[in-house]
Design a protein around this ligand. Structure first.
Ligand code: FES
Length: 141
């Protein structure tokens, strides 16, 4: 089991994927969440064996950072790099270490691996996107 954060209660866990789907320093899984009630993208990737997850928003300009969908790491696969102007972040902790992102850090999501599955945990600010409830037969659109 690999805990990147200690979840308060597993009952709030949101399933992301099988552990095997996140290769070491490989392509990230991009997924939708609500931050302060607004839809945004988040991503999860594996680095040095740990799964980490962040809101997909650069600190320089609040836009998504991936070069291609799910590709966040530089050519050496050492840092998360924003595709727009090259802001550079540590994969573990999300701290800005170069480029125009100042002294901040990416917004993390709590994640855990349990039973070879990866989960993320909502917070007060970051919530799951509600699942659409299929219309019942006979409901009018
Ligand atoms: S928008 Fe990310 S470095 Fe400028």
């Amino acid at each position: 089991m690999n805990h990147c954060a200690t979840p308060a209660a597993h009952r709030d866990a949101q399933h992301l994927c099988a552990s095997a789907a996140l290769a070491e320093r490989g392509r990230a899984l991009v997924f939708d969440v609500l931050q302060y009630g607004q839809p945004v993208r988040a991503f999860a990737l594996r680095f040095d064996g740990k799964v980490v997850a962040y809101i997909n928003r650069c600190l320089h300009v609040p836009i998504e950072m991936d070069w291609q969908p799910g590709v966040f790491l530089d050519a050496d696969r050492r840092y998360i790099v924003c595709a727009t102007h090259g802001a550079t972040y540590e994969p573990i902790g999300g701290r800005c270490v170069g480029g125009p992102c100042g002294r901040g850090r990416l917004t993390p999501l709590a994640v855990a691996e349990i039973g070879a599955q990866v989960y993320w945990y909502p917070s007060a600010d970051i919530r799951p996107v509600p699942r659409e409830v299929p219309a019942a037969p006979g409901d009018n659109p």
